[in-house]
Write a protein that binds this ligand. Structure first.
Ligand code: CS2
Ligand code: MG
Length: 408
């Protein structure tokens, strides 16, 4: 069996999804997602210029050897661009494998450990009152777990993932449009003084059963992260995400020594070498890589197994930047993983996105139910795709009150 061709498409409804389609001489094709938010043309170029020309003629069933070839063969290894590009190939090869076996991917991993997998939605508000409305909306929709972010009184601009103005915040998505980044101003002192009380108020309002998550987006120093994690202990968070900069694995030692608040990290990691110490030293509770940036299903499944040895559960990234293809890869891992924790969920649900990526994966009562279709269980409608094209964007940047650059 041979790979006969592969194409890359960049575009989508309000997002520049990078979609890879690998064709074979037996008519079976596989799909992969290489979307790297706001740098989408780079994995697309890596695929078109280097990886696809090497893929032609290879046996698509040898997904392990192909992954090793691209990883070891690159010499300058890792990094989000390369790993997103390998990730798309790896997903597409698993998709082909599942279709050849006539089995959904979770069966190839070891079958189902659960029927529905818990997901969390994003609630946000310019202030606490709006955030509480937003949480109520998701709770009414049946969500059992909600990430909560709100504006901080006196902060010169909105804080992370929070709208500038009061209003309808049910489907709020950060505006990344335009190549010149928007500048946000961050004030650690105000955040540290306000947010623990706001989280306590949310707990008081919604009761003990709601799973409450909060994302610091790497903005605190290790000592501040430890102070914050300790201050929010009475709230009983499901997790505190990215309290400290993710590139420093040692930073979480201090947080761990001072608090029992569960810690989640990893959406910006690209390999096991970014999180091996965190997992082996049991400094975290949830690992958050995405199938795309981790380099696909093959390496992510190994990370899940390592995490399982150390009581670390999964909480895969599911920001709207991931297409339903990599989300499907994660749904299959979620169905199987004995150490599944939770799945972030935002992608599906718009009619345009469903038309571009038809699939049988279902969301019901705050749980995702994986499709039984062979392979990834998601398709790509090329006629629909013709409606979209690439439009450049950028993440906002963050400065402190005195102008110093900080972490977005
Ligand atoms: C976030 C992301 O989902 C999350 O937890 O931290 O939305 C992140 O800001 C984006 O993926 C950046 O592209
Ligand atoms: Mg995050």
């Amino acid at each position: 069996m041979k790979i006969t061709g592969a194409t890359v498409f960049v575009g989508g409804p309000a997002k520049n999804y990078v979609t890879l389609k690998i064709m074979t001489d037996q008519g079976v094709y596989g799909l992969g997602d290489a979307t790297l938010n706001n740098r989408e043309t780079l994995p697309a170029a890596y695929l078109r210029d280097y990886l696809i020309p090497n893929l032609i003629g290879m046996d698509p069933r040898n997904s392990e050897d192909i992954w090793q070839l691209f990883y070891r063969g690159a010499y300058f290894r890792r990094g989000p661009i390369a790993m997103a590009a390998f990730g798309a190939i790896d997903m597409a090869l698993w998709d082909i494998k599942g279709k050849l076996a006539n089995m959904p991917l979770y069966q190839l991993f070891g079958g189902k450990s659960r029927e529905g997998a818990l997901v969390y939605a994003h609630a946000t508000g310019a202030d606490l009152e709006d955030l509480i409305d937003s949480i109520s909306h998701y709770v009414e929709q049946g969500y059992k777990a909600v990430r909560v972010q709100c504006g901080i009184p006196g902060m010169p601009t909105a804080s992370y993932a929070v709208p500038d103005k009061k209003g309808d915040v049910r489907n709020y998505i950060t505006d990344y449009s335009g190549i010149k980044p928007k500048v946000e101003i961050w004030d650690t002192d105000r955040y540290m003084r306000y947010m623990p009380g706001a989280l306590a108020e949310i707990r008081g309002r919604f009761g003990a059963d709601l799973k409450i998550l909060h994302d610091v987006h790497h903005r605190l120093l290790p000592r501040e992260g430890a102070e914050f994690a300790k201050a929010v202990e009475p709230v009983g968070l499901f997790w505190l995400e990215d309290p400290t900069p993710a590139e420093d694995q040692d930073a979480l030692k201090l947080v761990r020594q001072h608090s029992t608040t569960p810690i989640a990290i990893g959406e910006v990691f690209n390999s096991v070498w970014d999180c091996n110490k965190l997992i082996e030293n049991e400094l975290i509770d949830y690992i958050r890589l995405a199938a795309t940036y981790a380099g696909g299903i093959t390496p992510l499944k190994r990370i899940v197994d390592l995490a399982g040895l150390h009581h670390v559960r999964t909480g895969f990234h599911g920001a709207p930047s991931h297409s339903p293809i990599s989300m499907a890869a994660q749904y299959h891992l979620n169905a199987w993983a004995p150490n599944f924790g939770i799945q972030e969920y935002l992608v599906l649900g718009t009619p345009e996105c469903d038309a571009l990526f038809p699939s049988g994966h279902r969301m019901e009562n705050g749980m995702v139910f994986v499709s039984d279709a062979p392979g990834l269980g998601v398709d790509f409608d090329e006629q629909e795709a013709a409606r979209y094209s690439y439009s450049p964007g950028s993440h906002p940047v963050v400065r402190l009150l005195d102008g110093t650059m900080w972490n977005y």
